[in-house]
Design a protein around this ligand. Structure first.
Ligand code: OGA
Ligand code: MN
Length: 270
């Protein structure tokens, strides 16, 4: 049974078409994992998996994190559907999921169950490619740096005037120090950026922030980015170790509903 692939941009994003049953049986699991590593994001247009199928398919690719209801986490800004809705607004800014954890998640599978009339496209930026395109001298300099990641850093972008309770909630997550350049087990290197990046260790605060901002701008140039315009029933997987993502703004009352399954991290960020 065949797997048909179409690259959507030169540096990131590949569409996959395959027989549904073959996907659910894991026939193509190794090929999909390989594509994910090389292409950052893979898309299964209008595959229309239900929750059970999404979970079964996810399990063919790795170990699923027990989150949400039976492994399905609802990504929505509707508080009645998800108590984390307030935090999920952080997703409007570039980020890597679990960037304050020791081992960030391997990948997430997101399926579109209800779309917003406007906005809500999801963007992905490859984090290997912008590193590869830097001059050698800059690569060497960046490899020496470490970055402190905090939940507060990303949440402050949405809530610039937080209540003491909000700040207390943010501080429940411990700050995490990560290298700016991730050397993967494969030997490939990627940049670890995103809005949880608060500052650079041992560097003047403002100078560090300016460098982080410049690197984010560099890394999210159109040539490193794929923007997904959702259709109902699309399923997309992103490599959370080799790409960062953000969702373009949409209204909290738009009804937008995505169902997410997430694969356990397999590699420490070093
Ligand atoms: C996420 C996320 C983006 C989206 O689930 O981690 O950032 O498009 N989602 O909803
Ligand atoms: Mn996310």
């Amino acid at each position: 049974m065949k797997l048909t692939t179409t690259d959507l941009t030169p540096r990131i994003g590949t569409e996959i078409r395959a027989d549904r049953e073959a996907l659910l049986k894991g026939t193509h699991a190794a090929a999909i994992r390989d594509l994910l590593e090389r292409r950052g994001v893979v898309i299964f247009p209008e595959v229309r998996f239900n929750d059970e199928e999404q979970l079964a398919f996810s399990k063919t690719l790795g170990e699923v994190i027990p989150q949400g209801e039976k492994g399905i986490f609802k990504v929505t800004l509707d508080r009645n559907e998800n108590k984390m809705a307030e935090y999920l607004k952080g997703g409007f800014f570039w980020h890597i999921d679990g960037s304050t954890d020791d081992v960030p998640t391997r990948a997430s599978l997101l399926s579109a169950r209800h779309l917003s009339q406007t906005g809500g496209q999801t963007e992905f930026a490859n984090t290997y490619a912008p590193y590869e395109d830097l001059p050698e001298s800059e690569k060497k300099a960046l490899e020496k740096l470490r970055v402190i990641h905090t939940i507060e850093s990303i949440q402050r972008k949405i809530y610039p005037d937080p209540t003491p309770q909000q700040v207390e909630g943010w501080h429940a997550y411990k700050p995490k120090s990560h290298p700016l350049v991730w050397t993967h087990l494969s030997g490939r290197k990627s940049l670890v950026l995103g809005s949880t990046a608060s500052h650079i260790e041992g560097m003047d605060l403002e100078a560090g922030r300016a460098l982080l901002a410049r690197l984010e701008e560099w890394s999210t140039q159109p040539r490193f980015v794929y923007q997904h315009k959702w259709k109902l029933g699309d399923l997309l997987i992103w490599d959370n170790t080799g790409a960062m993502h953000r969702v373009l703004p949409y209204a909290a009352d738009s009804g937008r509903m995505m169902h997410r399954t997430t694969l356990v991290g397999e590699e420490e960020l070093v």
